[in-house]
Design a protein around this ligand. Structure first.
Ligand SMILES: NC(=O)C1=CN([C@@H]2O[C@H](COP(=O)(O)OP(=O)(O)OC[C@H]3O[C@@H](n4cnc5c(N)ncnc54)[C@H](OP(=O)(O)O)[C@@H]3O)[C@@H](O)[C@H]2O)C=CC1
Ligand SMILES: O=C(O)[C@@H]1CCC=N1
Length: 280
């Protein structure tokens, strides 16, 4: 699924959690005009300054009363850390009713477990967006439990399409999505940090190194998207025999770059599964 459109949606949305991913989602949703800020409610555990920041920056309703958020919301988005989610959701037992749509962005925690903790047989959609939601470019995986209607799935898909591209997957696959695209921006930022640092170490002005690195990453992403060529083919087109790229690639291979990236993504996916089991 790949849609740019963002017609407005009906009803009110409540966020339980007010951290990095919620701010990225708020920013993206409001930029697209999907719904007005007065129809969004946000709460967290205790951080008042954080709520003031979100209210001041985005004009959303904030409160420390979670039950107020639940009763005000047609769609409830769960966005606390996996380790906090059991305690948080058990506290809300009985407050969510069967007509409400619950959407989770929590890594690793299954829809079954969320339903058990909330003590209600309600429609639950598990998703995995990433922080590029803030600029409308999240890659979001989405999976629904058996209580979700086609209409509710379309609504959730529409919500996440406002902040990026949505991919329908099985709930099992969401752990892989988490390791790949949920955590993925961090891997790219890590590469960018290394490239910028190397440019500066080699003698470029830091700002020049930053701009060259960012334009290179942006250009490479566009090449991959626009030409749809295999990345290995694009890589070979850069690599002249006996030239600079080959010399650089040999160093990456000596450090087993591909193996490191593969192991990182597999480990992150495994960690998603572990967290689901660990915090139950
Ligand atoms: N960051 C990312 O890139 C992504 C994160 N996710 C998932 O989103 C979730 C949140 O991550 P992130 O935003 O990074 O985390 P943060 O630590 O930035 O935010 C966590 C939020 O949860 C709140 N919280 C904790 N306990 C409760 C509670 N009992 N009731 C209501 N709110 C509570 C915290 O409030 P307080 O500050 O008051 O303690 C805080 O606002 C995680 O499950 C993560 O797996 C998914 C995709 C990407
Ligand atoms: O690091 C984490 O656990 C979360 C899930 C995906 C991105 N951040």
């Amino acid at each position: 699924m790949n849609t740019q459109a963002a017609c407005s949606i009906e009803g009110q949305i409540g966020f339980l959690g007010a951290g990095s991913i919620v701010e990225a989602m708020l920013s993206g949703i409001l930029k697209k005009g999907l719904l007005s800020s007065d129809r969004i409610y946000v709460t967290n555990r205790s951080n008042s300054e954080r709520l003031e920041h979100l209210a001041g920056t985005y004009g959303v309703n904030t409160t420390h009363d979670k039950f107020e958020v639940i009763s005000a919301s047609d769609i409830l988005i769960l966005a606390m850390k996996p380790k906090d989610s059991g305690e948080a959701l058990k506290e809300l037992r009985g407050a969510v009713h069967e007509g409400q749509l619950v959407i989770s962005v929590i890594a690793g925690v299954s829809t079954t477990l969320i339903g058990e903790w909330l003590g209600v047989n309600c429609p639950i959609i598990r998703t995995m967006p990433n922080t590029s939601s803030a600029v409308g470019l999240s890659a979001t995986g989405i999976a629904a439990n058996h209580s979700v209607t086609e209409e509710q799935l379309q609504l959730a898909t529409h919500l996440f399409e406002a902040i990026g591209t949505v991919y329908s997957v099985t709930e099992e696959e969401l752990d892989i999505v988490t390791g790949l695209s949920g955590s993925g921006p961090a891997y790219v930022y890590y590469l960018v940090e290394a490239m910028m640092g190397a440019g500066a170490t080699a003698g470029l002005d830091r700002e020049m190194a930053r701009q060259l690195t960012l334009q290179t990453v942006l250009g490479a992403a566009h090449m991959l998207m626009d030409t749809r060529e295999d990345p290995a083919i694009l890589r070979k087109k850069v690599t002249s025999p006996g030239g600079t790229t080959q010399a650089g690639m040999e160093v990456l291979e000596s450090y087993r770059f591909q193996e490191a990236v593969t192991s990182a993504i597999l480990r992150a996916s495994e960690r998603s599964r572990e967290m689901g089991a660990e915090y139950r």
